[in-house]
Design a protein around this ligand. Structure first.
Ligand SMILES: [Fe+2]
Length: 178
C-alpha cells in the first residue's frame, strides 16, 4: 500500500465515525463516538505532520505544506472544544458538525489536489516507505489535539504521545472506578 492509499483509507474510517455519530441513539453513545473521532483525527493529523507533510513540502512546495498545517490547526481547535464537552453537552452536535465540515474541506484538498501532485512526482518505493513510517509511528502518535503547539515533528511527537497515553490510562481508570 502506498502512503496516499493508507491516508485515504483513514479518511474513510473518519467518515464512517461521523456517520455513526449522526445516527447514534443517545448522548452516551454520541460522547463515546466523539472520543473515538478525536483520537483518530489527533493521531491521523500527527502522523501526517510528522512523516508526510515534510515530504510533501519538499516535493509539492512549502506553501502547500503550510496550507495543510493551517487546516490541521483549525481542525485541532475544534477537536479540543469537542473534547471539553464530551460529556453529552448540547454544544457537542454543533462542534462535531464543525469538525466534520473542517475534515471534509481538508480531505478534499488532500485527495483531489495534493496527493495526486505528490504521487506524480514520487516513485512507488518512496510512497510505500512513507506508508511504513506512518504505520510505525501510529502507536506512538499523540491521542489528543494540541492546537496551541506547532505542527508535530519527530522530536515533539513521541513526547506528546507519551504524555497523552498516560492521560488516557488515568482517565480509563477514573471511568472504570466511577
Ligand atoms: Fe489527512
Amino acid at each position: 500500500m502506498d502512503v496516499t492509499e493508507l491516508l485515504t483509507a483513514q479518511h474513510r474510517q473518519v467518515d464512517a465515525l461521523f456517520e455513526r455519530y449522526a445516527t447514534a441513539a443517545d448522548t452516551d453513545a454520541k460522547a463515546a463516538i466523539a472520543r473515538e473521532i478525536v483520537t483518530l483525527l489527533a493521531k491521523h493529523s500527527a502522523v501526517e505532520e510528522i512523516e508526510v507533510y515534510p515530504a510533501i513540502g519538499e516535493v509539492v512546495g512549502t506553501a502547500t505544506e503550510e496550507v495543510l498545517n493551517e487546516q490541521h490547526m483549525h481542525l485541532k481547535r475544534i477537536l479540543a472544544d469537542v473534547e471539553h464537552c464530551a460529556g453529552g453537552d448540547e454544544r457537542m452536535d454543533q462542534l462535531v458538525g464543525d469538525a466534520r465540515a473542517a475534515v471534509r474541506a481538508h480531505v478534499a484538498v488532500e485527495e483531489n489536489e495534493v496527493f495526486a501532485a505528490f504521487r506524480a512526482q514520487v516513485d512507488d518505493v518512496t510512497l510505500r516507505e512513507l506508508a511504513r513510517k506512518v504505520e510505525d509511528r501510529w502507536d506512538r502518535a499523540p491521542t489528543h489535539p494540541h492546537p496551541n503547539q506547532p505542527p508535530a515533528n519527530r522530536v515533539t511527537g513521541p513526547v506528546v504521545g507519551l504524555v497523552d497515553r498516560a492521560r488516557d490510562a488515568f482517565r480509563r481508570e477514573e471511568r472504570s472506578s466511577s
